[in-house]
Design a protein around this ligand. Sequence first.
Ligand SMILES: [Mg+2]
Length: 178
Amino acid sequence: MKKLVPDLICESVFTIDLKRLKQENIRGLLVDIDNTLVPWGKPEIEEAFVAWVRRVKEEGFKICLVSNAKKERAQNIATLLGIPAVGLALKPLGRSFRRGMNLLGLAAHEVAVIGDQLFTDVLGGNRLGIWTILINPISKNELDSTKFMRRLEAKILQKMVKRGQLKAEHVKIRQGRD
Ligand SMILES: [Mg+2]
């Protein structure tokens, strides 16, 4: 269960405090695609998210996409953003996160994982000792299996509050949309 606790919960990528990340000595971001940067099932990334990636790069962060989506989808979005990508990542397996870190030339303590799912993004990152940021999924339009996982995620997050592993107000950010 400890491996499922995110270090930070944010409404979206837009509300991630980049200064805070710098204080944590984080220099690179391993970012999920579906429902983190692009609504699930949509082919294109919206301009606001392109602008966010641009701002993150201007702030001096290196950034790599790590996605369970097909390689072609991950690569198309990465090319548009001018950043590297690891597609067909099979998160939470560690391999793809390690590849992402290699592409950025950074170690686990220098990167953060950003994603919308506890069992792929947060679990995968935590297992490698990477800082993890859980955000709300952009869209409610998801696979039925993911919807099932959402209910499970909500229960687990509540349990983390009871155990004092997360603050209720932070989990509320997440529950607000589920
Ligand atoms: Mg996702």
